[in-house]
Design a protein around this ligand. Structure first.
Ligand code: GLC
Length: 679
């Protein structure tokens, strides 16, 4: 049951599309301040808190103060309050009650989950106007599903987007891209995507191509597609200010950019230098910006990643002018220029993403003009929506790959997300795992982190361990920043066989992983499940922070500490350990419920099968298009194991045809393959 409580006049974020009742009486345990901006309720000792999507810390979010304020923060430290997203949904579950709360509010929201006071949950919005949705009925898993139903079906990418992707800031030319494709081909490691970072553009101008480096993008895209590889270019939020550049000219003449108080376009600096931000909260401007993606779609591009859309601001024109004035002032009082600048180090170091800037520009929303800070958290997701809505107009029957850095609940219907600029740190490998369930609860199923780590030099062992987690996650992309050690897998000759196994296994497991993803998307379910949800009665399972269920059959327990030769794993019931040493052969061992030390060599992949369940394996392939569901091998535990298998063409949007579902049974895969539900 879902009830909505309204305080003040909330801004309609369009997050909610499902049914709810209007709540009459507030629940007695919820205290609401007179301002209608602060909500608190006691937490019992045993209560656990889940959700909040892209955030720091564990799967259980209790014990920290989190702030929803989409931020370009590249460090993702344990002490961060905000990352790139605003996912205002949490679930409290304990011995006496379980409920979910969604805070519909587009500005800053603080979730103090037993931080200030260990036994108190306090949610506070900065601005007025809040719609609170209270979700009740069943355990935490049911609550998560009810909430997902409320916010509508999650974005579904084409099946090829479940392949492995290689990215780098940047591949600077068509030849470099060809070398990457050749590197993978020669190493015998499958590949489906090569990502183009900002340097494919001319002067970092959205929807342009640097034709010196990429003389014929359409031809390159077609050439790679022959090998089953797609090019996926980046699109940034800021549109370069440059006369003669049509996106800029049109945006200015139509008034489609975010505006200063005086109606002139707001100007900030990002990669291209001065930019204006398209006002994607204005439906007309959103449609206009979305239409520009056609420039690339028409060149054979079928996927995009949207970036810098918090929006990230390196500095604004106003802050720059202020700084110049301050320098003049200091020089007038006797300092030389270097002295003046030296005395202003602090001011210069804090220029980016400033609140004064977010408070200085405006959107034309359907509800009238809104100052940016009041609706800040909707910006990035609305850019995703611009693209998603354009794709639905342009190619309604075709799936286009789309994921974003910034997001809010609601934008999960238009695209996936990646979790931004992590580091090549072991702690970020664990964070990758811990973020997954919360993201799924908030609607983001097609998601993943930069495998190997974005910032800093990776190490070969970290990359191996990270890949053996990444192969189970929907968005499987290796990405790294300028200047750090290269992360393309073929560059590590000693680990080539191991990488071939890890990526190859992804393609062998694709029928299972894709089927689990599709069922999760179509049934508002979780793809990555915390053990606490699967075994709510098991005290030990409820505390597990470093294992996950991937769909119904497979439990993963990746190694995430350097030099470890294995790890302790908790089995909430008897399970079958599956150990892959080569792509063709694996060992199986049945283990009893309880704690086990499991050795896992750097070049192996280990996972666990739940009793009574199975996972179909394909013969593999060099790209997703080569993977078929014809000759499935069934990895199973238990004679009666049955599996509801979803398989469609992977490209069209006709998801609900019952012919996509087949039942597989252990023992007779071939026969069972043609058995449809109801037969
Ligand atoms: C941002 C993105 C990163 C990208 C870089 C350059 O930091 O998060 O993925 O490589 O910008 O475009």
């Amino acid at each position: 049951m879902i009830r909505k409580y309204v305080y003040g006049t909330p801004f309609d974020t369009e997050a909610v599309v499902g049914a709810y009742d209007l709540g009459a009486d507030q629940p007695p345990w919820l205290t609401v301040s007179a301002s209608g901006r602060r909500f608190s309720c006691p937490l019992e000792e045993e209560d656990q808190v889940y959700g909040l999507g892209e955030q720091v810390r564990g799967i259980n979010k209790r014990g920290w103060r989190y702030v929803s304020w989409c931020s370009d923060d590249p460090y993702h430290l344990e002490t961060a309050r905000s990352l790139y997203a605003a996912h205002n949904f949490l679930i409290v579950t304990g011995p006496t009650r379980t409920f979910g709360l969604f805070v519909e509010h587009p500005g800053r929201v603080t979730f103090d989950i037993g931080d200030t006071k260990r036994d108190l949950l306090t949610i506070e919005t900065e601005g007025e106007g809040v719609a609170l949705y209270l979700v009740e009925g069943g355990g935490p898993w049911e609550i998560a599903r009810s909430f997902r139903k409320l916010i509508g079906r999650s974005y579904i990418p084409p099946r090829w987007a479940f392949g492995y992707g290689q990215s780098r800031w940047s591949y600077f030319s068509a030849d470099e891209v060809r070398q990457v494709a050749a590197g993978y081909r020669e190493a015998g490691i499958p590949l489906d995507m090569i990502y183009l970072d900002i340097d494919y553009m001319e002067g970092y101008k959205d929807f342009t191509v640097n034709t010196e480096a990429f003389p014929d993008l359409a031809a390159l895209s077609a050439e790679l597609k022959e090998e089953g590889i797609r090019l996926v270019p980046i699109i940034d939020a800021g549109v370069k200010v440059e006369e003669g550049y049509p996106v800029y000219e049109e945006g200015v003449s139509k008034g489609y950019f975010c505006q200063n108080e005086d109606g002139t376009p707001f100007t900030a600096a990002v990669w291209p230098g001065w930019v204006h931000f398209p006002d994607v909260l204005n439906p007309e401007a959103r449609a206009w910006f979305g239409d520009w993606y056609r420039v690339l779609l028409d060149q054979g591009i079928e996927g995009f990643w949207n970036d810098m859309n918090e929006p990230a601001i390196f500095y604004s024109r106003a802050r720059m002018e202020e700084l110049a004035g301050e320098k003049e002032k200091r020089m007038a009082s006797g300092k030389t220029e270097p002295e003046a600048l030296a005395s202003m180090r602090e001011e210069m170091g804090t220029l980016s993403n400033r609140l004064e800037d977010y408070r200085s520009f405006w959107h034309n929303t359907p509800a009238g003009p809104m100052r940016h800070d009041a609706v800040h958290n909707l910006y990035g997701g609305s850019m995703t929506r611009a693209a998603g809505e354009a794709f639905a107009r342009y190619a309604p029957d075709k799936r286009i790959l789309l994921f974003s850095r910034s997001s809010y609940i609601g934008s999960h219907r238009y695209g996936g997300i990646w979790t931004g600029d992590n580091y090549s740190w072991w702690s970020h490998l664990l964070l990758n795992l811990q973020q997954m369930p919360g993201l799924n609860m908030c609607g983001f199923l097609y998601t993943g982190a930069d495998l190997g780590g974005f910032g800093a030099d990776t190490t070969e062992d970290l990359l191996l361990r990270w890949m053996s987690l990444g192969l189970f996650l929907p968005l499987m992309r290796n990405h790294s920043t300028l200047g750090v050690r290269r992360q393309e897998l073929y560059r590590y000759p000693d680990s080539r066989a191991a990488f071939r196994l890890m990526v190859g296994l992804r393609y062998r497991l694709l029928p299972y992983l894709y089927s689990e993803f599709m069922k999760a998307a179509l049934r508002d379910d979780l793809y990555a499940r915390p053990l606490a949800f699967v075994y709510p009665e098991d005290d030990m399972a409820r505390q597990v922070e470093d294992q996950l269920f991937i769909g119904e059959s497979i439990m993963i327990a990746p190694v995430y500490t350097q030099n470890a030769k294995g790890r302790y794993v908790y089995l909430p019931e008897r399970m079958k350990l599956v150990r892959f040493r080569t792509l063709e052969r694996w060992d199986e061992e049945i283990l009893e419920k309880g704690h086990h030390y499991i050795s896992v060599a750097l070049d192996e992949v280990v996972f666990f099968l739940r009793e009574g369940h199975l996972a179909p394996l394909s013969a593999g392939g060099a790209c997703v298009e080569q993977v078929t569901a014809e000759d499935l091998t069934l990895l199973s535990f238990g004679d009666g194991a049955a599996y509801e298998f979803y398989w469609d063409d992977g490209v069209s949007t006709d998801y609900t045809d019952p012919a996509h579902i087949t039942w597989l049974r252990a023992g007779s895969p071939k026969e069972a393959f043609h058995e449809h539900p109801g037969n």
